[in-house]
Write a protein that binds this ligand. Structure first.
Ligand SMILES: CC(C)(COP(=O)(O)OP(=O)(O)OC[C@H]1O[C@@H](n2cnc3c(N)ncnc32)[C@H](O)[C@@H]1OP(=O)(O)O)[C@@H](O)C(=O)NCCC(=O)NCCS
Length: 155
């Protein structure tokens, strides 16, 4: 675990519109119901905090966060499946939590599918707790799937 943190060529930087094609490739590899180009464009236009992490000369993951009064929302955090469990998720999450603190967020929220056991475990181990449920939030193979709302206080 965290093997990736020892990589000297790890680079975190803001996402640019020209990154979206590479980001979409990871998005399609990682999710059954991926975001489309317009959603990523919209996040950039809204000036959300959009970051990519580069490794081995290419984008290996990305994260997007919006902030409002007292609250931050982690809208997407995704690592190329080829790099799962090497610590990149942690690098991205810590970057976004730092940003939330700088924006003086008191709480960071996110939504996750109940079926996404890896992400739930990942967030639980990093201090997020389940605080609610949004019924029928996500598209699913058969109908809709609820979203679990998770939150972490930023103290
Ligand atoms: C969730 C996600 C971002 C984690 O990224 P990652 O780079 O693998 O995470 P890290 O290597 O930093 O941390 C791994 C830790 O997360 C947890 N975890 C990750 N995958 C897991 C799995 N399949 N089963 C159980 N725990 C898992 C474990 O605590 C693990 O620590 P360990 O390897 O020491 O057991 C990644 O699985 C991902 O991109 N998934 C697809 C997109 C997604 O679902 N995003 C979240 C949407 S809400």
């Amino acid at each position: 675990m965290n093997a990736v943190l020892k990589q000297p060529d790890l680079n975190l930087r803001p996402m640019a519109e020209t990154d979206i094609s590479d980001v979409l490739q990871i998005e399609h590899a990682a999710y059954a119901f991926p975001w489309n180009r317009n959603i990523f464009r919209g996040c950039l236009r809204e000036n959300y905090c959009c970051r990519v992490v580069e490794l081995d000369g290419g984008i290996a993951g990305y994260a997007i966060m919006s902030t409002g009064v007292d609250e931050a929302h982690l809208l997407n955090l995704c690592v190329d499946p080829g790099y799962h469990r090497t610590g990149l998720g942690d690098v991205l999450l810590n970057t976004m939590l730092d940003y939330a603190r700088k924006q003086e967020a008191i709480t960071t929220f996110l939504e996750v599918r109940p079926s996404n056991k890896a992400a739930r475990r990942f967030y639980e181990k990093r201090g997020f707790v389940e605080v609610g449920l949004r019924a029928n939030y996500y598209p699913a193979k058969f109908g809709r799937e609820d979203a679990i709302i998770m939150a972490r206080e930023m103290v």
